[in-house]
Design a protein around this ligand. Structure first.
Ligand code: 5AD
Ligand code: FES
Length: 350
Protein backbone atom coordinates (compact mmCIF):
# COMPACT_ATOMS: atom_id res chain seq x y z
CA UNK A 1 0.00 0.00 0.00
CA UNK A 2 1.09 3.55 -0.66
CA UNK A 3 2.96 4.85 2.41
CA UNK A 4 1.34 8.27 2.47
CA UNK A 5 -2.13 6.70 2.15
CA UNK A 6 -1.37 4.50 5.16
CA UNK A 7 -0.26 7.55 7.16
CA UNK A 8 -3.40 9.45 6.22
CA UNK A 9 -5.60 6.53 7.27
CA UNK A 10 -3.94 6.45 10.70
CA UNK A 11 -4.31 10.19 11.03
CA UNK A 12 -8.00 10.03 10.08
CA UNK A 13 -8.61 7.23 12.59
CA UNK A 14 -7.00 9.29 15.34
CA UNK A 15 -8.23 12.79 14.57
CA UNK A 16 -11.47 12.16 12.62
CA UNK A 17 -10.47 14.90 10.20
CA UNK A 18 -8.18 15.53 7.24
CA UNK A 19 -7.45 18.54 5.03
CA UNK A 20 -9.02 18.76 1.58
CA UNK A 21 -5.81 17.82 -0.27
CA UNK A 22 -5.32 14.87 2.09
CA UNK A 23 -8.79 13.53 1.28
CA UNK A 24 -8.02 13.88 -2.39
CA UNK A 25 -4.78 11.95 -2.01
CA UNK A 26 -6.48 9.21 -0.02
CA UNK A 27 -9.42 8.88 -2.42
CA UNK A 28 -7.05 8.49 -5.35
CA UNK A 29 -4.96 5.83 -3.56
CA UNK A 30 -7.65 3.43 -2.39
CA UNK A 31 -6.18 0.07 -3.33
CA UNK A 32 -7.32 -3.21 -1.75
CA UNK A 33 -4.85 -2.93 1.13
CA UNK A 34 -5.81 0.64 1.89
CA UNK A 35 -9.50 -0.31 1.87
CA UNK A 36 -8.85 -3.26 4.19
CA UNK A 37 -6.99 -1.02 6.63
CA UNK A 38 -9.77 1.59 6.48
CA UNK A 39 -12.43 -1.07 7.11
CA UNK A 40 -10.53 -2.39 10.11
CA UNK A 41 -10.30 1.08 11.66
CA UNK A 42 -13.93 1.79 10.74
CA UNK A 43 -15.19 -1.34 12.52
CA UNK A 44 -13.04 -0.49 15.54
CA UNK A 45 -14.54 3.03 15.63
CA UNK A 46 -18.10 1.70 15.37
CA UNK A 47 -17.70 -1.13 17.90
CA UNK A 48 -17.79 0.81 21.22
CA UNK A 49 -20.81 2.83 20.06
CA UNK A 50 -23.04 0.40 18.18
CA UNK A 51 -21.46 -3.01 18.80
CA UNK A 52 -22.93 -5.39 16.23
CA UNK A 53 -26.36 -3.77 16.25
CA UNK A 54 -27.93 -2.81 12.95
CA UNK A 55 -30.72 -0.25 12.80
CA UNK A 56 -33.55 -0.74 10.31
CA UNK A 57 -35.79 1.87 8.74
CA UNK A 58 -39.01 0.99 6.97
CA UNK A 59 -39.00 2.81 3.65
CA UNK A 60 -42.37 3.87 2.26
CA UNK A 61 -42.06 5.20 -1.30
CA UNK A 62 -45.38 6.98 -1.38
CA UNK A 63 -45.27 8.85 -4.71
CA UNK A 64 -43.07 8.68 -7.79
CA UNK A 65 -44.45 11.88 -9.32
CA UNK A 66 -41.63 14.39 -9.60
CA UNK A 67 -41.52 17.90 -10.96
CA UNK A 68 -37.74 17.82 -11.28
CA UNK A 69 -35.59 16.49 -14.06
CA UNK A 70 -32.34 15.38 -12.43
CA UNK A 71 -30.26 13.86 -15.18
CA UNK A 72 -29.42 10.66 -13.27
CA UNK A 73 -32.84 9.76 -11.91
CA UNK A 74 -35.32 7.30 -13.37
CA UNK A 75 -38.39 9.09 -12.01
CA UNK A 76 -37.40 12.45 -13.57
CA UNK A 77 -40.35 14.41 -14.95
CA UNK A 78 -39.43 13.92 -18.59
CA UNK A 79 -39.36 10.11 -18.35
CA UNK A 80 -42.68 9.41 -20.05
CA UNK A 81 -42.11 5.68 -19.67
CA UNK A 82 -42.38 5.91 -15.89
CA UNK A 83 -45.77 4.72 -14.61
CA UNK A 84 -46.73 7.23 -11.95
CA UNK A 85 -48.51 6.37 -8.69
CA UNK A 86 -49.43 7.96 -5.39
CA UNK A 87 -50.36 6.14 -2.22
CA UNK A 88 -53.34 7.40 -0.26
CA UNK A 89 -53.04 8.39 3.37
CA UNK A 90 -54.77 5.14 4.29
CA UNK A 91 -52.30 3.09 2.24
CA UNK A 92 -49.36 4.87 3.88
CA UNK A 93 -50.77 4.26 7.35
CA UNK A 94 -51.40 0.63 6.55
CA UNK A 95 -47.78 0.18 5.35
CA UNK A 96 -46.65 1.62 8.66
CA UNK A 97 -48.94 -0.72 10.63
CA UNK A 98 -47.47 -3.70 8.81
CA UNK A 99 -44.00 -2.33 9.46
CA UNK A 100 -44.70 -1.83 13.14
CA UNK A 101 -45.73 -5.48 13.47
CA UNK A 102 -42.47 -6.45 11.79
CA UNK A 103 -40.44 -4.50 14.36
CA UNK A 104 -39.80 -1.22 12.55
CA UNK A 105 -39.63 1.84 14.82
CA UNK A 106 -38.61 4.32 12.14
CA UNK A 107 -40.58 5.07 9.00
CA UNK A 108 -39.02 6.90 6.09
CA UNK A 109 -41.56 8.60 3.86
CA UNK A 110 -39.90 9.12 0.51
CA UNK A 111 -41.23 10.54 -2.75
CA UNK A 112 -40.32 12.55 -5.79
CA UNK A 113 -41.00 16.29 -5.54
CA UNK A 114 -44.74 15.89 -5.95
CA UNK A 115 -46.73 19.15 -5.74
CA UNK A 116 -49.86 17.16 -4.82
CA UNK A 117 -48.36 16.78 -1.35
CA UNK A 118 -48.90 20.28 -0.08
CA UNK A 119 -47.87 21.15 3.46
CA UNK A 120 -51.44 20.58 4.54
CA UNK A 121 -51.63 17.06 3.10
CA UNK A 122 -48.16 16.01 4.19
CA UNK A 123 -48.54 17.42 7.71
CA UNK A 124 -51.82 15.56 8.11
CA UNK A 125 -50.07 12.31 7.17
CA UNK A 126 -47.20 12.97 9.58
CA UNK A 127 -49.65 13.74 12.40
CA UNK A 128 -51.72 10.63 11.75
CA UNK A 129 -48.60 8.46 11.64
CA UNK A 130 -47.30 9.93 14.89
CA UNK A 131 -50.65 9.42 16.54
CA UNK A 132 -50.82 5.79 15.44
CA UNK A 133 -47.22 5.06 16.47
CA UNK A 134 -46.01 7.58 19.04
CA UNK A 135 -42.96 5.47 19.84
CA UNK A 136 -41.67 5.67 16.27
CA UNK A 137 -39.45 8.20 14.54
CA UNK A 138 -40.64 9.74 11.29
CA UNK A 139 -38.14 10.57 8.62
CA UNK A 140 -39.09 12.57 5.56
CA UNK A 141 -37.29 12.38 2.23
CA UNK A 142 -39.35 14.58 -0.07
CA UNK A 143 -36.79 16.96 -1.52
CA UNK A 144 -36.36 20.71 -1.59
CA UNK A 145 -39.07 22.83 0.06
CA UNK A 146 -39.28 26.27 1.61
CA UNK A 147 -38.13 26.95 5.14
CA UNK A 148 -41.76 27.58 6.11
CA UNK A 149 -42.73 24.20 4.74
CA UNK A 150 -39.95 22.45 6.65
CA UNK A 151 -41.03 24.31 9.81
CA UNK A 152 -44.62 23.11 9.38
CA UNK A 153 -43.51 19.51 8.85
CA UNK A 154 -41.31 19.64 11.91
CA UNK A 155 -44.17 21.12 13.91
CA UNK A 156 -46.40 18.27 12.70
CA UNK A 157 -44.01 15.80 14.29
CA UNK A 158 -41.38 14.82 11.70
CA UNK A 159 -38.12 13.99 13.46
CA UNK A 160 -35.58 13.54 10.70
CA UNK A 161 -35.03 14.57 7.10
CA UNK A 162 -32.96 12.97 4.36
CA UNK A 163 -31.74 15.26 1.62
CA UNK A 164 -28.58 14.12 -0.07
CA UNK A 165 -26.36 17.02 -1.02
CA UNK A 166 -25.54 14.92 -4.16
CA UNK A 167 -22.17 16.66 -4.64
CA UNK A 168 -20.40 19.34 -2.62
CA UNK A 169 -18.95 20.92 -5.77
CA UNK A 170 -21.25 23.52 -7.36
CA UNK A 171 -19.81 22.98 -10.86
CA UNK A 172 -20.35 19.22 -10.58
CA UNK A 173 -23.87 19.83 -9.26
CA UNK A 174 -24.61 21.80 -12.42
CA UNK A 175 -23.63 18.83 -14.60
CA UNK A 176 -26.02 16.48 -12.80
CA UNK A 177 -29.03 18.78 -12.61
CA UNK A 178 -31.05 21.03 -14.90
CA UNK A 179 -30.42 24.77 -14.68
CA UNK A 180 -33.45 25.47 -12.46
CA UNK A 181 -31.92 23.46 -9.61
CA UNK A 182 -29.01 24.97 -7.74
CA UNK A 183 -26.39 23.79 -5.33
CA UNK A 184 -26.97 26.96 -3.31
CA UNK A 185 -30.62 26.10 -2.72
CA UNK A 186 -29.69 22.54 -1.75
CA UNK A 187 -27.32 23.95 0.88
CA UNK A 188 -29.99 26.41 2.02
CA UNK A 189 -32.37 23.49 2.55
CA UNK A 190 -29.83 21.49 4.55
CA UNK A 191 -29.06 24.44 6.81
CA UNK A 192 -32.76 25.26 7.31
CA UNK A 193 -33.46 21.64 8.24
CA UNK A 194 -30.63 21.67 10.75
CA UNK A 195 -31.80 25.03 12.25
CA UNK A 196 -35.34 23.70 12.64
CA UNK A 197 -34.17 20.81 14.76
CA UNK A 198 -34.40 17.93 12.33
CA UNK A 199 -31.80 15.18 12.52
CA UNK A 200 -30.37 15.63 9.03
CA UNK A 201 -29.12 13.10 6.51
CA UNK A 202 -26.84 14.27 3.70
CA UNK A 203 -25.13 12.06 1.14
CA UNK A 204 -23.98 11.53 -2.41
CA UNK A 205 -23.63 9.01 -5.21
CA UNK A 206 -20.31 7.31 -5.79
CA UNK A 207 -19.12 7.25 -9.40
CA UNK A 208 -21.72 9.67 -10.72
CA UNK A 209 -20.94 11.05 -14.19
CA UNK A 210 -18.13 13.67 -14.27
CA UNK A 211 -17.17 12.96 -10.65
CA UNK A 212 -13.45 13.41 -9.90
CA UNK A 213 -11.34 12.58 -6.84
CA UNK A 214 -11.34 16.30 -6.10
CA UNK A 215 -15.16 16.25 -6.04
CA UNK A 216 -15.18 13.29 -3.65
CA UNK A 217 -12.64 15.06 -1.44
CA UNK A 218 -15.06 17.99 -1.25
CA UNK A 219 -17.89 15.64 -0.32
CA UNK A 220 -15.82 14.25 2.55
CA UNK A 221 -14.76 17.72 3.71
CA UNK A 222 -18.43 18.72 3.63
CA UNK A 223 -19.41 15.75 5.81
CA UNK A 224 -16.60 16.64 8.21
CA UNK A 225 -17.75 20.25 8.39
CA UNK A 226 -21.55 19.83 8.38
CA UNK A 227 -21.54 16.79 10.69
CA UNK A 228 -24.88 15.36 9.52
CA UNK A 229 -26.52 12.81 11.80
CA UNK A 230 -26.84 10.47 8.79
CA UNK A 231 -25.08 10.01 5.48
CA UNK A 232 -26.53 8.05 2.59
CA UNK A 233 -24.01 6.96 0.00
CA UNK A 234 -24.39 4.40 -2.73
CA UNK A 235 -23.04 3.79 -6.20
CA UNK A 236 -24.52 5.66 -9.15
CA UNK A 237 -26.42 3.10 -11.23
CA UNK A 238 -27.55 4.10 -14.72
CA UNK A 239 -31.24 4.17 -15.64
CA UNK A 240 -32.03 3.35 -19.27
CA UNK A 241 -34.44 6.26 -19.81
CA UNK A 242 -32.14 9.05 -18.63
CA UNK A 243 -29.37 11.06 -20.35
CA UNK A 244 -26.89 8.99 -18.32
CA UNK A 245 -28.16 5.64 -19.64
CA UNK A 246 -24.78 4.71 -21.07
CA UNK A 247 -22.60 5.93 -18.22
CA UNK A 248 -20.77 3.32 -16.14
CA UNK A 249 -22.03 2.49 -12.63
CA UNK A 250 -20.03 3.42 -9.54
CA UNK A 251 -17.94 0.60 -8.14
CA UNK A 252 -18.39 -1.60 -5.10
CA UNK A 253 -14.78 -1.04 -4.07
CA UNK A 254 -14.86 2.75 -4.13
CA UNK A 255 -18.20 2.82 -2.28
CA UNK A 256 -16.85 0.55 0.45
CA UNK A 257 -13.70 2.67 0.87
CA UNK A 258 -15.81 5.82 1.21
CA UNK A 259 -18.17 4.19 3.73
CA UNK A 260 -15.15 3.41 5.93
CA UNK A 261 -13.78 6.95 5.58
CA UNK A 262 -17.15 8.44 6.57
CA UNK A 263 -17.37 6.17 9.62
CA UNK A 264 -13.95 7.49 10.67
CA UNK A 265 -14.91 11.12 10.10
CA UNK A 266 -17.87 10.73 12.47
CA UNK A 267 -17.77 7.50 14.48
CA UNK A 268 -21.41 7.70 15.63
CA UNK A 269 -22.87 8.63 12.23
CA UNK A 270 -25.89 6.66 10.97
CA UNK A 271 -24.59 5.08 7.80
CA UNK A 272 -26.81 2.90 5.62
CA UNK A 273 -25.66 0.02 3.47
CA UNK A 274 -27.90 1.16 0.61
CA UNK A 275 -30.16 -0.66 -1.80
CA UNK A 276 -28.00 0.65 -4.65
CA UNK A 277 -25.01 -1.11 -3.08
CA UNK A 278 -27.07 -4.31 -2.84
CA UNK A 279 -27.99 -3.84 -6.50
CA UNK A 280 -24.46 -3.76 -7.92
CA UNK A 281 -23.26 -6.78 -5.91
CA UNK A 282 -25.22 -9.71 -4.42
CA UNK A 283 -23.44 -9.23 -1.09
CA UNK A 284 -23.21 -5.45 -1.34
CA UNK A 285 -25.11 -4.67 1.85
CA UNK A 286 -23.21 -7.27 3.88
CA UNK A 287 -19.92 -5.87 2.58
CA UNK A 288 -21.21 -2.41 3.46
CA UNK A 289 -21.64 -3.49 7.08
CA UNK A 290 -18.10 -4.87 7.11
CA UNK A 291 -16.87 -1.52 5.78
CA UNK A 292 -18.53 0.35 8.68
CA UNK A 293 -22.22 0.85 7.86
CA UNK A 294 -24.80 0.35 10.64
CA UNK A 295 -28.21 0.91 9.02
CA UNK A 296 -30.33 -0.91 6.44
CA UNK A 297 -33.50 0.43 4.87
CA UNK A 298 -35.77 -2.32 3.58
CA UNK A 299 -38.81 -1.45 1.54
CA UNK A 300 -42.29 -1.36 3.08
CA UNK A 301 -44.08 -0.09 -0.02
CA UNK A 302 -46.99 -2.21 -1.26
CA UNK A 303 -46.00 -4.91 -3.76
CA UNK A 304 -47.91 -3.45 -6.70
CA UNK A 305 -46.06 -0.10 -6.70
CA UNK A 306 -42.54 -1.20 -5.85
CA UNK A 307 -41.31 -1.80 -9.36
CA UNK A 308 -42.50 1.70 -10.28
CA UNK A 309 -40.19 3.50 -7.87
CA UNK A 310 -37.23 2.91 -10.12
CA UNK A 311 -34.49 5.50 -9.66
CA UNK A 312 -32.03 3.19 -11.49
CA UNK A 313 -32.09 -0.10 -13.39
CA UNK A 314 -31.92 -3.48 -11.69
CA UNK A 315 -33.14 -2.31 -8.27
CA UNK A 316 -33.38 -5.25 -5.89
CA UNK A 317 -36.40 -6.29 -3.79
CA UNK A 318 -38.98 -4.96 -6.25
CA UNK A 319 -40.77 -8.32 -6.23
CA UNK A 320 -40.75 -8.95 -2.50
CA UNK A 321 -43.23 -8.23 0.28
CA UNK A 322 -42.35 -6.27 3.43
CA UNK A 323 -42.17 -9.37 5.62
CA UNK A 324 -39.92 -11.17 3.15
CA UNK A 325 -37.52 -8.23 2.94
CA UNK A 326 -37.35 -7.92 6.66
CA UNK A 327 -36.67 -11.65 7.11
CA UNK A 328 -34.18 -11.71 4.26
CA UNK A 329 -32.21 -8.81 5.69
CA UNK A 330 -32.23 -10.26 9.17
CA UNK A 331 -30.78 -13.50 7.77
CA UNK A 332 -28.22 -11.65 5.70
CA UNK A 333 -27.11 -9.56 8.67
CA UNK A 334 -26.97 -12.55 11.02
CA UNK A 335 -24.92 -14.33 8.34
CA UNK A 336 -22.15 -11.76 8.74
CA UNK A 337 -22.44 -11.41 12.52
CA UNK A 338 -24.82 -8.46 12.95
CA UNK A 339 -28.20 -8.22 14.72
CA UNK A 340 -31.10 -6.19 13.49
CA UNK A 341 -32.62 -4.42 16.50
CA UNK A 342 -36.17 -3.21 17.17
CA UNK A 343 -35.33 0.38 18.02
CA UNK A 344 -35.90 3.93 16.74
CA UNK A 345 -32.21 3.91 15.97
CA UNK A 346 -31.25 7.37 17.14
CA UNK A 347 -27.54 8.19 17.08
CA UNK A 348 -25.80 6.87 20.17
CA UNK A 349 -23.35 9.02 22.07
CA UNK A 350 -19.79 8.44 20.90
N1 5AD B 1 -28.25 5.75 -9.13
C1 5AD B 1 -28.00 5.77 -7.81
N2 5AD B 1 -28.61 6.58 -6.94
C2 5AD B 1 -29.55 7.39 -7.42
N3 5AD B 1 -30.31 8.32 -6.83
C3 5AD B 1 -31.11 8.88 -7.76
N4 5AD B 1 -30.86 8.34 -8.97
C4 5AD B 1 -29.88 7.42 -8.79
C5 5AD B 1 -29.19 6.55 -9.66
N5 5AD B 1 -29.42 6.53 -10.97
C6 5AD B 1 -30.15 8.69 -5.42
C7 5AD B 1 -29.94 10.19 -5.28
C8 5AD B 1 -31.14 10.63 -4.46
C9 5AD B 1 -31.55 9.36 -3.75
C10 5AD B 1 -32.96 9.32 -3.30
O1 5AD B 1 -31.31 8.36 -4.71
O2 5AD B 1 -28.72 10.43 -4.56
O3 5AD B 1 -30.86 11.65 -3.54
FE1 FES C 1 -35.58 -7.35 0.21
FE2 FES C 1 -33.70 -9.35 0.66
S1 FES C 1 -33.85 -7.38 1.50
S2 FES C 1 -35.64 -9.43 -0.39
Amino acid sequence: MDIRAAELIEKLAGEHALALDEYEYLVSHLDQEARDLLAEFARAAREPIYGHDVFVRGLIEFSNFCKNDCLYCGIRASNMGCKRYRLTREQILSCADTGYELGFRTFVLQSGEDPHFTDERLCAIVRALKEAHPDCAITLSVGERSRESYAALREAGADRYLLRHETASPEHYAKLHPANLSWENRMRCLHDLRDLGFAVGAGFMVGSPFQTSANLARDLAFIQEFQPEMCGIGPFVPHHATPFANEPAGTLEQTLGLLSIIRLIKPNILLPATTALGTIHPKGRELGMEAGANVVMPNLSPGDVRAKYLLYDGKICTGDEAAECRRCLEMRMAGCGYNVVTDRGDPRIA
